[in-house]
Design a protein around this ligand. Sequence first.
Ligand SMILES: NC(=O)c1ccc[n+]([C@@H]2O[C@H](COP(=O)([O-])OP(=O)(O)OC[C@H]3O[C@@H](n4cnc5c(N)ncnc54)[C@H](O)[C@@H]3O)[C@@H](O)[C@H]2O)c1
Ligand SMILES: O=C(O)CC[C@@H](O)C(=O)O
Length: 534
Amino acid sequence: MSFNILILDNVHPLVEDAFKERGINVTRNHDLSGEELHNEIKKYEGIVVRSSTTVSADLLKSAENLKIVGRAGVGVDNIDIPAATASGVLVMNTPDGNTISTAEHTCGMILAIARNIPQSVNKVKAGGWDRKKYMGTEVHSKTLGIIGLGKIGAEVAQRMHEFGMTIKAYDPFASVEKADRLNVELMELDELLGEADFLTVHTPLTEKTKGLVSMEKADKLKKGMFLVNCARGGIYKEEDLGKLIDEGYVAGIALDVYSQEPPSEELCEILKHPNIISTPHLGASTEEAQEKVAVQIAHQMADALEEKSFKGSLNGKSISLITNKEVQPYLKLAEKLGKVAIQLAPEHANNFSFEYSGACAQYSDVLTDSILKGILTEHVSEAVNLINARHYAEDRGIKIRETKAAEAKTFNDLITVNLDGDAAEYQEISGSVFGDDDFRIVKIDGYGIELRLEGDIVMYQNEDKPGMLASVSSAMAKQDINIGSLSLGRTNKGSNAITAVSVDKKLSKEELEPIYALDGIKALKYISLPNGEE
Ligand SMILES: NC(=O)c1ccc[n+]([C@@H]2O[C@H](COP(=O)([O-])OP(=O)(O)OC[C@H]3O[C@@H](n4cnc5c(N)ncnc54)[C@H](O)[C@@H]3O)[C@@H](O)[C@H]2O)c1
Ligand SMILES: O=C(O)CC[C@@H](O)C(=O)O
């Protein structure tokens, strides 16, 4: 299958070469106005952005063929990920392509603010000369506080350690082993604010990191410290920056990022402060980083479109598992069981529980997505996939429960879908995989049944008495319905039995009626499944 990709932002030209190398058609257009973009995007399976294009819920609605959004970089603040997930669109970034460049820029900013480099350069350029005013401070023997010891934070730690700084960090998710390896002492946030001579942030902007430093926190800061932000605008409260300096809490501030880019007029006024230095979001702006993220995003997107790997994907958390050969048969079984379950369930069924036992239990997350896909495909007009299945389930008020048992009792692997409805004629269906591609129903409501999960199946409960099968097959024969295979299950002799009959053609309601009307037949259901590969 051939794919079409649209490059919307100023991504390095190597992106085109990389896509072409993978046999993917690529078009570049940075100049589309709102309406043009809404029309143009319909033609593409993938788009590539940096931070200029906003991939909003509205734009995603117009993107009827879109499968994937690639961000050549890290931050995805410009992409509405929940809306993409709801549309079944995969979002991916290049998590490490610009790490080194951004770490180097951060180190540059630390040194620049410590030594007043930009201010003094400007002075000389303007024909001035003032050595006293631009007296600086050494970073050697000072404490660098790092908030967020992830990829960039760790690279900054290593480099500034070599400058003779003591490195301390706050990151509730970082391991002590990692910190030890980097010669970093982990501590609580307030403690760090009180000890850092220089503070640099390397976290995403979240509810927790927004406004981490503000006038409210000023008393906690070590007096005369320096602030650096090359992560995301707003982690330091922007309105308070000038005041923090003027009231003597902070000596200088270095910023690369702003909550709005380019910054608002109000912020531009604050940025004129002589002790604030600012660059226009240049952290990742090196030839090397831009080449890396361009080539990485193209290959990652090509791999995802070809379902080879899902490196860098940010939604559809278990999607990467679909390339795992061991999971593939379970995925198919799960989807088929979902399809059967919804055809057996009563109307408005919205409570399902899924039980996994045996080796498949370790993949329960993606298998639940796959069962939901099977359940919902019958009911949702939009395309349901493993990325958006849970979203649609939630949207439709479908409640799910999941249980796992590492060991299976009768079968190596067993997936059971419970319909959770007291009023349901059928309560529970279990399936298993035989070999790689033989998917079978193995149990219904505790009755042992064995029937391949494909094609057209008539399932009914019947009184366990002689002649039942003969009367059903004769009613079918009269209507030219050929039986392919059948399976009978019962618990005790003479009680109720379940029969599943696979037939060679699709049946209409009218064709089913005479069978349902036979004496001794109860709870007849007709299930239609795709034949073979879907
Ligand atoms: N200026 C630029 O051009 C540029 C370039 C690349 C990345 N960035 C930005 O830099 C930031 C860091 O990127 P990264 O690649 O190192 O990300 P990362 O995911 O590797 O690291 C983020 C770290 O922040 C930590 N963290 C999350 N929430 C936290 C909290 N509340 N308190 C403390 N720590 C917390 C995480 O545990 C993680 O270790 C991101 O915001 C990214 O968008 C900016
Ligand atoms: O230059 C860019 O594309 C922004 C880089 C950076 O902010 C990122 O999040 O990757």
